[in-house]
Write a protein that binds this ligand. Structure first.
Ligand SMILES: CCCC/C=C/CC(=O)SCCNC(=O)CCNC(=O)[C@H](O)C(C)(C)COP(=O)(O)OP(=O)(O)OC[C@H]1O[C@@H](n2cnc3c(N)ncnc32)[C@H](O)[C@@H]1OP(=O)(O)O
Length: 277
C-alpha cells in the first residue's frame, strides 16, 4: 500500500491514470491499482463555485458512477482555500435565466455528491466557507489541515443558508449545535470544528491529509460494498428526498431571495469588501 501511495504522490505514470474533465476546472486522478479517485477542484484562486465548476464536478461524478468508482477523495489545488463557496458573481445582478440555470446545476451536483454509494472523503486543505462547507459536509468523512476556517457563514452576509445546507449541518453536528452555528453564521477554526464534530480528524500538512484520506478509504473499501452503500444512502435519503421532491420550490425560493434589493445590496458590499482586502 505504501508503494502505491508513493506512486500516487509522485504521479508515477504506470499506476496513475490522469483524466481531466474537458475543462481543467477539475483534475481527476485515478489510481489504476486501487481505483481510488482524487477529485481536485482547480479554479484559481479560491474555487468559487460558478456554473462551469459545478458542471465540471457533476460530469466528473457521473463518470465516477459509471466506472463504479470504489472510493473518492475531494480536495483542492489552491494553497489557501478548499472552496470559497458559491461564486458571488453568479448571484450578483444575474438574469432570471442565469440564476435559475446556476441553482439547478448546484442542485444536480449536490444530489450526485451526497448520494454516491462509494465512500467519499473531503481532504480539506484550506478555508471552507458556505458552499465550500456544504461540499465537505456532503462527503462521508472530513479531514482538515490546521488554522483554517470552516462553516456556514451565510447569515453574516445577510443571506440565508438554504434548507438543505442546514440539513447537512444538522445531520453532522446535531440540532442544537447546528441551530446556534446557523443563526450566527459562525465560522469555526479547524480545531473548533474538530471539537464539535464538524470535521472528523485534523492533519498536520497536505501529505498527512492525503495519507489519512487514503487510510479512511482503505478501511471503508474493506467493508462489503453493497451493505455499506445501502446503509449510507438509507441515512441520507430523507435529506435527499426533501430536495429531490422539492427542486422547483427550492429554485423559486432562491430566485425570490436573490432578487431582493437588500440581498443584492449585501452581495455588492461583500464583493467590494473582498476586493479591497
Ligand atoms: C441568495 C441565497 C444564496 C444562499 C447560499 C449561499 C452560499 C454561499 O456559498 S455564498 C458565498 C460565501 N462565501 C464566502 O463568504 C467566502 C468569501 N471569501 C473569503 O472569505 C476569502 O476569499 C477566502 C477565506 C475564501 C480566501 O481568502 P484569501 O485571502 O486566500 O483570498 P481573497 O484575496 O479573499 O480572494 C481572492 C479572490 O477571490 C475572490 N473571491 C473570494 N471568494 C469569492 C466568492 N465566493 N465568489 C467570487 N469571488 C470570490 C476575491 O474577491 C478575490 O478576487 P480579486 O483577486 O479579484 O480581488
Amino acid at each position: 500500500m505504501f508503494v502505491l501511495r508513493q506512486c500516487l504522490t509522485l504521479g508515477t505514470k504506470s499506476s496513475i491514470r490522469n483524466f481531466s474533465a474537458t475543462t481543467n476546472l477539475v483534475n481527476l486522478t485515478i489510481n489504476e491499482d486501487t481505483g481510488v479517485a482524487i477529485m481536485e477542484l482547480n479554479k484559481p484562486p479560491v474555487n468559487s463555485l460558478n456554473y462551469e465548476l459545478l458542471e465540471a464536478m457533476h460530469r466528473t461524478l457521473v463518470k465516477l458512477e459509471n466506472e463504479k468508482c470504489p472510493g473518492m477523495i475531494l480536495t483542492s489545488s489552491s494553497r489557501s482555500t478548499f472552496s470559497a463557496g458559491l461564486d458571488l458573481l453568479e448571484m450578483y445582478k444575474p438574469t432570471v435565466d442565469k440564476a435559475r440555470r446556476f441553482w439547478s446545476m448546484l442542485q444536480n451536483t449536490w444530489i450526485k455528491l451526497y448520494s454516491t454509494p462509494y465512500p467519499t472523503v473531503a481532504a480539506i486543505n484550506g478555508h471552507s466557507p458556505a458552499g465550500g462547507c456544504l461540499l465537505a459536509m456532503s462527503c462521508e468523512h472530513r479531514i482538515m489541515v490546521p488554522d483554517k476556517m470552516i462553516g456556514l457563514n451565510e447569515t453574516q452576509l445577510g443571506i440565508v443558508a438554504p434548507q438543505w445546507f442546514q440539513d447537512c449541518m444538522r445531520n453532522i453536528i446535531g440540532e442544537r449545535q447546528a441551530e446556534k452555528a446557523l443563526i450566527a453564521g459562525r465560522m469555526f477554526t479547524s480545531e473548533e470544528a474538530l471539537k464539535i464534530g464538524l470535521v472528523d480528524e485534523l492533519a498536520t500538512d497536505k501529505e498527512d491529509l492525503m495519507q489519512k484520506a487514503h487510510d479512511f478509504l482503505d478501511e471503508q473499501m474493506g467493508l462489503p460494498p453493497l451493505a455499506r452503500s445501502v446503509v449510507k444512502v438509507g441515512f441520507r435519503k430523507d435529506t435527499l428526498s426533501k430536495l429531490i421532491n422539492g427542486r422547483e420550490a427550492d429554485i423559486k425560493m432562491f430566485l425570490d431571495n436573490v432578487f431582493q434589493p437588500k440581498v443584492q445590496e449585501s452581495l455588492e458590499n461583500y464583493i467590494q469588501m473582498l476586493k479591497k482586502k
